[in-house]
Write a protein that binds this ligand. Structure first.
Ligand SMILES: [Zn+2]
Ligand SMILES: [Zn+2]
Length: 343
C-alpha cells in the first residue's frame, strides 16, 4: 500500500546564481545533523556584506544560496550530540558561522581567525528563510528582554562596532571619533557613549547633527563644511577614530586628527587603498588597525551590554517575501539604519 507523507515546507529567499534576482521558493524544512540545531528564524538583518552572496564575490559559494548572517530565532530541533542547547531556547547566528576546533589558530583559542572558518549565509544557507540549520559553535544566546528584530543587527553591525571599540585601547574619558553615521556608525556612537568616551561624530552635511547628539555624541563635525582633522586637533586629537564609512579617502584625510598613540580603527569595508606616509604614523606612534566582527561569545557580550545599557539599532522591517525590496533598500544607503526581515 502506498502512503503519502506530507512534507513540511518553508519559505526561502534564495539567490539562484551569482548576480541573479532573489527568488522566493518553497523548500522542505531541513533536519539538523549531529552537532547542529534547527532555528525557527524570527528576524534576519540585511547587511551590506550580503552582496558577497548576492553577487558571488566570495570564492567557492555554492548556488542556490540563502544569504543572511544576522539571524535571531528559536531553536526548534536539536541534532544528535547537542547537549548545551535545548529546544525552545532563543538563539542567533552572526557572521562567524563556525570553526573547525583543530587548526593552529583554533588550538590557540583564536577562533575568530580559524583558517577553515564558516560564514553564515556564505558557507551554508543563512537567515533569509523561515528555518535554518547551524552548527552549535556558531550559536549565540539571546537575552530575554531583547526583541528579535533588535538582536539581529547586533549580531554583525553591533558586534563589529562594540568589539572594535573595546579592543581599541581607548579608556573612559578619552576622545573617540566615529566617522560615518549609518548602519555601523549609529551603533558605534551609542556604544562609544556608553563606554564613557567623549564622542565626536563625523558625518557629511548638517542634517545628521541632531541625530548624532541624540545617539550620544557630544560634538558633531560636518566633514563637508569643516576641516575635521583640525577640529579633532583643537579637541586634543582623537585616541581612536572608528572608521565605519567605507570611504578610504575620508579615512586617509582623518589620520592627522589622531592624537599621540592614536589609532585609526578600520571597520568600513572597501577595496580602495588608504593613503598614509610613514612619517604620519611615526610622529605620535600612531596605528591603523582593521577589525572583523568576533566570536559567538563576543556576540553574547554585545547583546548583554546592549540589554544593560539600552543600546539598540534603528531599524526598518520588511517581510521575508519582500527580501528583494529590503535588499535594494539596504543597497540604496537610505535606510535608517538597518534593514531587518521578519518571518
Ligand atoms: Zn554583516
Ligand atoms: Zn580553526
Amino acid at each position: 500500500m502506498a502512503t503519502t507523507v506530507a512534507v513540511a515546507t518553508m519559505k526561502v529567499a534564495q539567490v539562484p546564481n551569482p548576480g541573479a534576482d532573489f527568488q522566493i521558493v518553497e523548500r522542505e524544512i531541513p533536519k539538523p545533523d549531529a552537532g547542529h540545531v534547527r532555528i525557527k528564524v524570527q528576524a534576519c538583518g540585511v547587511c551590506h556584506s550580503d552582496v558577497l552572496t548576492k553577487d558571488g564575490l566570495w570564492p567557492g559559494i555554492q548556488y542556490p544560496r540563502v544569504p543572511g548572517h544576522e539571524v535571531a530565532g528559536i531553536i526548534d530541533e536539536v541534532g544528535a550530540g547537542v547537549s548545551a542547547w535545548t529546544k525552545g531556547q532563543r538563539a542567533g547566528v552572526g557572521w562567524h558561522g563556525g570553526h573547525d576546533n583543530t587548526c593552529r589558530e583554533c588550538r590557540r583559542g583564536d577562533f575568530r581567525n580559524c583558517i577553515n572558518q564558516k560564514i553564515c549565509g556564505i558557507s551554508y544557507d543563512g537567515g533569509y528563510q523561515q528555518y535554518m540549520v547551524a552548527p552549535v559553535e556558531a550559536l549565540v544566546a539571546i537575552p530575554e528582554t531583547l526583541r528579535d528584530v533588535d538582536a539581529a543587527p547586533l549580531l554583525c553591525a553591533g558586534i563589529t562596532t562594540y568589539n572594535a571599540l573595546r579592543h581599541s585601547g581607548a579608556m573612559p574619558g578619552d576622545l573617540v571619533a566615529v566617522l560615518g553615521i549609518g548602519g555601523l556608525g549609529h551603533l558605534g556612537i551609542q556604544f562609544a557613549n556608553k563606554f564613557g568616551y567623549k564622542v565626536v561624530a563625523i558625518g557629511r552635511g548638517s542634517e545628521d547633527a541632531s541625530l548624532a547628539k541624540k545617539l550620544g555624541a557630544s560634538e558633531y563635525i560636518d566633514n563637508q563644511s569643516t576641516n575635521a582633522t583640525e577640529a579633532l586637533q583643537k579637541l586634543g586629537g582623537a585616541r581612536v577614530i572608528l572608521a565605519t564609512a567605507p570611504n578610504s579617502k575620508a579615512m586617509s584625510e582623518l589620520i592627522d586628527g589622531l592624537g599621540p598613540n592614536g589609532e585609526l580603527m578600520v571597520i568600513g569595508a572597501t577595496f580602495d587603498p588608504i593613503q598614509v606616509t610613514p612619517v604620519q604614523l611615526i610622529n605620535g606612534s600612531k596605528t591603523i588597525q582593521g577589525w572583523a566582527a568576533g566570536t559567538p561569545a563576543d556576540s553574547e557580550d554585545t547583546l548583554r551590554f546592549a540589554e544593560l545599557s539600552g543600546v539598540r539599532p534603528m531599524i526598518e522591517t520588511y517581510p521575508l517575501e519582500k527580501a528583494a525590496e529590503a535588499y535594494a533598500r539596504m543597497l540604496s544607503g537610505k535606510a535608517q539604519f538597518r534593514v531587518v526581515l521578519t518571518m
